[in-house]
Design a protein around this ligand. Structure first.
Ligand code: NAD
Ligand code: AKB
Length: 318
């Protein structure tokens, strides 16, 4: 059985990925950590080992990997795009610091390493429609710069040292457990909270801003399936395009209004977020992920909306 370490387990992805990993591999085989352990959900805290860990300190990661005989690391530590752009040095130091430490520890202890990349790894020179797997990557944000550098460094560690590094270029992720942490795509989560609470919603992106998105259960399955994939079938590693749907604010608004006809959305574009979103793909080609390891998301906008509204209503309106 795998022995897994999750870094940044208190965040949007970690809150759900950690519990799924415990379901698949056993509660005793998944160590959950975060810089701020109080961020770990009650469910995570009660179901297995939880430890504080600053991923910018390689010794802290190495000690846990050694103590718990870890063979797989899920590194979820980063500062998301909009927040990183307000403090570029922090974005670089956290994103790259954590990754470099993980790569070194993975090399020393022969562990596999999963680190998400993002649609933020693309930029204004990238073909934005049907964005190919292998194409121009010249992002203009510090977040994007760390993602491209991270992809290259992870491939380097695989080629040079044989470290089993794997990665996905996640689109905006929509979830109902942990609120998002300062990204450009956060609006697609926030809109559901507003609709369920009966509040009006001010959209920070303009009408017509198309972006790739994915529901969290599909993102989590994708991460685990990629880490379980037969290495001999992988032509790519760092990092695979993956997407489940793409829409603009009008489309998600219309879908929510099918269930909440009185819900009102207005536009108040945020200059920074709009600039970032305009340079990200409208929709990506994820055929390599489908061909090389069987990526196959289950949720489209319609199905996700039913589930989001249902789960949030049960939690927020009880
Ligand atoms: P998040 O911001 O919700 O969570 C990150 C977690 O890392 C937080 O719990 C934070 O406390 C922790 N952290 C910060 N600094 C740390 C440090 N020094 N040591 C240990 N932990 C630290 O992020 P997320 O949305 O869960 O994203 C996880 C990964 O997935 C990131 O690499 C992100 O770029 C990528 N990603 C996310 C999305 C998305 O829509 N959420 C989309 C594409 C890619
Ligand atoms: C962000 O908007 O920064 C993230 C991402 C797509 O990487 N959600």
């Amino acid at each position: 059985m795998k022995k897994i370490l999750v870094l940044g387990a208190g965040g949007q992805i970690g809150s759900e990925l950690t519990m799924k990993l415990r379901e698949v591999y056993g509660n005793g085989n998944v160590v959950a950590t975060d810089l701020v352990p109080e961020r770990l959900t009650q469910e995570i805290q009660e179901s297995g080992v939880c430890l504080p860990c600053d991923a910018t300190d390689a010794n802290q990661i190495a000690k846990i990997v050694s103590d718990y005989k870890i063979d797989s690391i899920y590194n979820l530590v980063a500062i998301l795009s909009a927040t990183a752009e307000k403090n570029p040095m922090l974005g670089w130091n956290i994103g790259m610091g954590a990754l470099l430490n993980c790569l070194e520890v993975a090399r020393e202890y022969k562990a596999a390493l999963f680190t998400p990349s993002s649609i933020g790894a693309f930029g204004p020179d990238t073909p934005l429609d049907n964005t190919p797997q292998d194409t121009i990557q010249r992002p203009k944000t510090i977040y994007g710069v760390t993602k491209v550098a991270g992809e290259l460094l992870s491939d380097y560690y695989y080629e040079r040292f044989g470290v089993d590094t794997r990665s996905l270029r996640f689109p905006g992720l929509i979830s109902n457990v942990c609120p998002p942490g300062g990204g450009t795509t956060d609006y697609a989560v926030d809109i559901y909270y507003a609709a369920v609470k009966g509040e009006d919603f001010e959209c920070p992106l303009k009408k017509g801003t198309l972006l790739d998105m994915m529901y969290m259960p599909d993102a989590i399955d994708a991460a685990i399936n990629l880490m379980e994939a037969d290495a001999s079938k992988l032509i790519h590693r760092n990092s695979f395009n993956v997407t489940a749907m793409h829409f603009d604010p009008e489309a998600i608004y219309a879908e929510i209004r099918k269930h909440k006809p009185n819900f009102v959305m207005t536009y108040k574009p945020d200059e920074l977020k709009q600039k970032i979103a305009d340079a990200w793909p409208n929709y990506m080609d994820d055929s390599c992920a489908r061909a090389e390891w069987g990526f196959s998301p289950k949720y489209d906008l319609e199905k996700m909306t039913v589930d989001m509204l249902d789960k949030l209503a049960k939690r927020l309106l009880k």
